[in-house]
Design a protein around this ligand. Structure first.
Ligand code: NAP
Length: 250
C-alpha cells in the first residue's frame, strides 16, 4: 500500500494504458479519478472493476483539451475525493493519424499539441494552488517515438517531444514546492485500439526489443506507481523509458 492516503487523477483512464495505471495506483491504496470524455459506460466499468478489488475509484467526464472542461474536472475531482489531487497523470490522447509531410497540416499538429501540451498545462495550472501547499507528483506520459523519430508521424512525434522540455522546465520551477514532474515513455504496448495490428507487425517490433517481449499495460502502471510514490522522492525532471530497452538515452 505504497500510495495509501494519496489521491490520483488519470486523464484518459477508462481504457488502454490509462486504465492499467488507474488499477495499479488503486491497488497501492490511492483514491483514483478515472477521467474520460466520450464513453461513459467504459469509464464506469473501469471504476467498478477497481471497487470490486477493494479500491476507491470515481469516473469523471471532462474534455481535458478544453479550458472549462479541465477546470471543472479538477473541481469535481477534489469534491469527490474530499481532498486535493496529489498525483496527476497526463495520459489522455485522441486519434493519432500517421501522416506524411504532404498530408499533414498545421491542424494535424495542433490536434496532437492540444492533448500533449495544452491539456497538461490547463490541468497543471488548476492543481497548482493545492500542490504548492502540499507537494505532488506529476507524470506526463510521453512516448519512445521521440527517440525513434518515426517517419510519417511528425504530428505526434513533435507534440510528444514538447512534453520533454515542458517536464524539465516544470520540474525546475516546482521543485521548491515539493512538486515532482517526470516523463514516462512507453514503448509499443498493444491496447484496445491496436486490435487491427497484425501479428507480423507485432513480431517485427518485438524482435528488436532487448527484453524480447511486447510491453503490457501493467508495465506502465507499475512504473507510474514508482514515480508517484515516495520511493522516487528524489527523482524529478527525468525521462523514463518503459520499453524493454528498445531505446536508450533521453
Ligand atoms: N499504447 C501504446 O503503445 C503507447 C505507446 C507510447 C505512448 N502511448 C501514450 O500513452 C497514452 C495512452 O495511450 P493509449 O494507447 O492507452 O490510448 P487509448 O487506449 O486510445 O485511450 C485514450 C483515452 O483518452 C480518453 N480521451 C480521449 N479524448 C479525451 C478528451 N478530450 N478528454 C479526456 N479524455 C479523453 C479516452 O476516453 P474516451 O474515448 O471515453 O474519451 C481514453 O480513456 C497516450 O498519451 C499515448 O500517446 C501509448
Amino acid at each position: 500500500m505504497r500510495l495509501k492516503g494519496k489521491t490520483a487523477l488519470v486523464t484518459g483512464g477508462s481504457r488502454g494504458l490509462g486504465k492499467a495505471v488507474c488499477a495499479s495506483l488503486a491497488a497501492e491504496g490511492a483514491k483514483v479519478i478515472i477521467n474520460y470524455f466520450h464513453n461513459s459506460s467504459q469509464a464506469n466499468d473501469a471504476a467498478e472493476e477497481i471497487r470490486q478489488q477493494g479500491g476507491t475509484a470515481f469516473a469523471v467526464k471532462g474534455d481535458v483539451t478544453d479550458e472549462k472542461g479541465a477546470a471543472s474536472l479538477i473541481a469535481e475531482s477534489k469534491q469527490l475525493l474530499q481532498q486535493p489531487v496529489d498525483i496527476l497523470v497526463n495520459n489522455a490522447t485522441g486519434p493519432q493519424p500517421e501522416l506524411s509531410l504532404e498530408e499533414a497540416s498545421w491542424k494535424d499538429y495542433e490536434d496532437q499539441l492540444v492533448f500533449f501540451v495544452k491539456a497538461p498545462l490547463l490541468l497543471m495550472k488548476a492543481v497548482l494552488p493545492d500542490m504548492k501547499e502540499s507537494g505532488g507528483s506529476v507524470i506526463n506520459i510521453g512516448s519512445e517515438v521521440v527517440q525513434l523519430g518515426n517517419s510519417s508521424f511528425s504530428n505526434y512525434v513533435t507534440a510528444k517531444s514538447a512534453m520533454l522540455g515542458m517536464t524539465r522546465s516544470w520540474a525546475s520551477e516546482l521543485g521548491a514546492y515539493g512538486i515532482r514532474v517526470n516523463l514516462l515513455n512507453p514503448g509499443f504496448v498493444p491496447v484496445e485500439r491496436h486490435e487491427g495490428v497484425g501479428q507480423d507487425a507485432l513480431m517485427a517490433y518485438q524482435k528488436n526489443v532487448p527484453l524480447g517481449r511486447m510491453g503490457i499495460p501493467a508495465d506502465i502502471g507499475s512504473a507510474c506507481v514508482f514515480l508517484a510514490s515516495d520511493e522516487s522522492s528524489f527523482i524529478t525532471g527525468q525521462s523514463l523509458s518503459v520499453n524493454g530497452g528498445n531505446t536508450f538515452g533521453i
